[in-house]
Every structure is written in structure tokens, then in C-alpha cells.
Design a protein around this ligand. Structure first.
Ligand code: NAD
Ligand code: ZN
Length: 358
């Protein structure tokens, strides 16, 4: 499967197929990726998957420590150091092999080294395969906040091999699946239904089942970012579940939830707001709640005050000129961005997921 994505710096392909990682070299050649190729990965991914990638390049792999706390400028500096030591020039490319943390960090290094060298994204988490590897956003965190430093640097190529997900811890896998459900809710009832119907197969990492949902998710993300690369309009719908989701992550200092889990709650909050104002059928909200419940228990929220989450929401960077743009589902498969959601509506919805209002 090949998806073709337009970006302001040219078109790039997203290849999706189980087993593709073993054929990476040919794909890089076919896409015209410069011949000096530097693999950037992390120690965890390398431990599982090194054999698939060795032989791809004579250059030593640049292996980073694993974890969101290393997604910072210091780690970017380590990539620059290795590139400079190896005399990497403009005819060099970075091949980023890992989850979203790795892809964002290596992508930012690629965006800035010598004012930009090509990056190939080889995502190895479900979240990265359906979300972070597509769209060209790269960047790192600052001590004062997540993703505060970044760039748009569309990849030269994205190579998605769903069979790499076999080694992913179950919790990470599930976290990515909430983002897949998100695509279903904002744009595709068939995708939503497919996830609901094939959960056990998906959790077994069946390559064909994965292929179907990863492809459909990438197609949706690609079409949205193509239409709106800089997130002024339709791209905002991709933030369904992220307003309350980010707030939950922030009030728990990013320690309690995997991002996707917080988005799971956030989608329930958005659906609650939408049904309460009569813009989404109750049956659709119930279908979403049922699927999220079927995925298994989410971390607790009963100890978290609604007021703290509301405070975090008003500080979200999605608040533009004092206006909060809230993405609400209209049905499973359709969503809208509205600017008139009140604090009271959000508070009621946060209460409905079990947060404390005392
Ligand atoms: N650029 C974007 O558009 C965009 C979009 C969404 C999220 N993000 C970013 O993505 C990051 C989260 O990414 P993530 O959820 O992939 O987390 P992650 O990159 O931290 O990966 C999760 C864990 O899985 C491990 N791992 C990766 N692949 C594996 C494999 N195949 N087998 C076993 N273990 C594996 C990783 O080493 C890590 O320990 C955040 O920093 C977020 O800001 C970026
Ligand atoms: Zn997300």
C-alpha cells in the first residue's frame, strides 16, 4: 500500500506493509534518499529489531536513551555531535527508527542540521505509525513544557511495517489504539466499526488486521494534514479528545497516563459535551463509551479535581486569542470545531467521567 502525501516541501510516500522493514534499503533507493544514511534509534528498539536494520548502511547507528524525558535539546545535540564527527554533509539523510519520541527528536535534528537534511520516518509504535510519523511536525520538549521547540520538516519517505508492533508492550499498543479510534470518530464509521469488531485480533498483533487499521488511519491523517498543513482549520479536528486529554496529562504531571489513554477519556468528555448540547445522538456516544470500556480499564481519575483540569484547559496552547476551539463529534464518523463551549459544559462533562468536583 502506498499513500502519496503533498506537503509544502514536495510530495512524499507512505509505504505500509508487514515485512517492509526488511526491504528498507530498496525503498530508500527508489525514493532517491541520499546515499549516506544515518540510522537514529533508541536502545529499546535496537535491542528488539537491530537485525532487521543492520547492513542498511556502513555508518554507526546513533542510539539514544529511551524515554520522553530525553526528548530535549541535549539529545538533539548528541545527534549533531555524531553527525559532525562522521562529517555528514548535505548529501546525507537521517533514518529515524522508533516511536514518536525518537521520530520527533531525530526529525528535529534533521530539520536543523546544516539547515535541513532529509529524514525518513520508520515508526515502530502504533502511535507513531498512525500519527507522529505523518504530517511533518518535529520537535522536542523544554523544561517548561511539551513540544515547545519544533519545526515543520516533512519526511522524504515514511515506511510503516505493522509487524514491528509485535514487540510493543501491550499498554503502548493500546495507547495507540485510542488514536485509531479517534480517527474513526472524527472521520470514519467503518474504521470505528472495524476496531470494535477486531479487538482480540488486533491485540494479538495480527498483521492483516493491523494493516487495515493503520492504513485507514494514515489515510485520514494524511488527507487532513494535506488540506491544512499548519493547523488553522480542518487539522484541528485531529485534536478530538486532546483538550481534556492534555489537561489530564498536565494535572498528573505526565506520570499517570499514556497520552492515548488520556485521549480515551478526552473523547468521552467531548462526546458528553456534544450529546448534552444535542449535537450528537446518544446512541453514538454510547457506542464510543462501550468501545472504550471494551479496551480495558483506564487509569483512575476519581481523585482529580475538575477545577484543576479546567485551569489546565484554559492554559492549553489550542486556546487562540482567548477562544477555546473545541472539537466535538457530531456522530461516529463526523466531527466539528466549535468556539462556544462554556466552562460549565466542560465541568459537567469532566464530572461525568468520574472526576471529583469537591
Ligand atoms: N509529531 C507529531 O505529529 C506527533 C503526534 C503525536 C505524538 N507525538 C509525540 O510522540 C511521542 C509519543 O510517542 P510514542 O507513544 O510512540 O512513545 P515512545 O516513542 O516513547 O515509545 C513508547 C515506548 O515503546 C518503545 N518502543 C518503540 N517501538 C517499539 C517496538 N517495536 N517494540 C518494543 N518497544 C518499542 C519505546 O522505546 C518506548 O519505550 C510524544 O513525545 C508526542 O509528543 C508527535
Ligand atoms: Zn494524540
Amino acid at each position: 500500500m502506498l499513500l502519496d502525501v503533498g506537503s509544502r516541501s514536495g510530495r512524499y510516500g507512505i509505504h505500509i506493509e508487514p515485512g517492509l522493514a526488511a526491504r528498507l534499503s530498496g525503498l530508500l533507493d527508489a525514493a532517491g534518499v541520499p546515499k549516506r544514511r544515518f540510522l537514529v534509534s533508541n536502545l529499546t528498539v535496537w535491542r528488539f529489531h537491530e537485525p532487521v536494520f543492520t547492513g542498511l548502511t556502513p555508518e554507526d547507528p546513533i542510539l539514544l536513551p529511551d524515554g520522553e524525558r530525553y526528548k530535549n535539546l541535549q539529545t538533539v545535540g548528541r545527534i549533531y555531535d555524531a553527525l559532525i564527527r562522521a562529517h555528514a554533509d548535505r548529501a546525507s539523510a537521517i533514518v529515524a527508527i522508533g516511536g514518536g519520541v525518537l521520530g520527533d527528536t531525530a526529525g528535529f535534528a534533521a530539520a536543523t542540521y546544516l539547515r535541513g537534511v532529509p529524514v525518513v520516518q520508520v515508526p515502530t509504535t502504533l502511535l507513531a505509525q498512525v500519527d507522529s510519523a505523518v504530517g511533518g511536525k518535529v520537535g522536542v520538549n523544554h523544561a517548561q513544557g511539551k513540544n515547545l521547540i519544533g519545526a515543520f520538516h516533512p519526511p522524504a519517505l515514511v515506511v510503516v511495517d505493522p509487524s514491528l508492533l509485535a514487540t510493543l508492550p501491550r499498554r503502548e499498543f493500546r495507547a495507540g489504539l485510542y488514536e485509531v479510534i479517534k480517527y474513526g470518530v472524527i472521520a470514519s464509521r467503518p474504521l470505528f466499526d472495524r476496531v470494535a469488531a477486531s479487538l482480540p485480533t488486533l491485540f494479538k498483533r495480527d498483521p492483516d488486521a493491523l494493516m487495515a487499521i493503520v492504513t485507514e488511519s494514515c489515510r485520514i491523517k494524511a488527507s487532513v494534514v494535506e488540506a491544512d498543513e499548519r493547523e488553522t482549520g480542518v487539522r484541528r479536528t485531529l485534536n478530538l479528545g486532546h483538550t481534556a486529554g492534555h489537561a489530564l496529562e498536565a494535572v498528573t504531571k505526565y506520570r499517570r497516563f499514556r497520552h492515548g489513554e488520556a485521549v480515551g477519556y478526552g473523547m468521552l468528555v467531548a462526546a458528553e459535551i456534544a450529546t448534552a448540547r444535542g449535537s450528537m445522538p446518544a446512541a453514538d456516544r454510547a457506542a464510543l463509551a462501550a468501545l472504550i470500556a471494551k479496551m480495558g480499564p483506564l487509569p483512575a481519575v476519581a481523585d482529580l479535581p475538575v477545577a484543576d483540569a479546567l485551569e489546565a484547559i484554559t492554559h492549553d496552547k489550542k486556546v487562540v486569542a482567548g477562544q477555546l476551539h473545541y472539537v466535538l463529534p457530531k456522530a461516529i464518523g463526523e466531527s466539528e470545531v466549535v468556539a462556544d463551549v462554556t466552562k460549565d459544559e466542560i465541568a459537567a462533562a469532566l464530572k461525568s467521567i468520574g472526576m471529583t468536583s469537591a
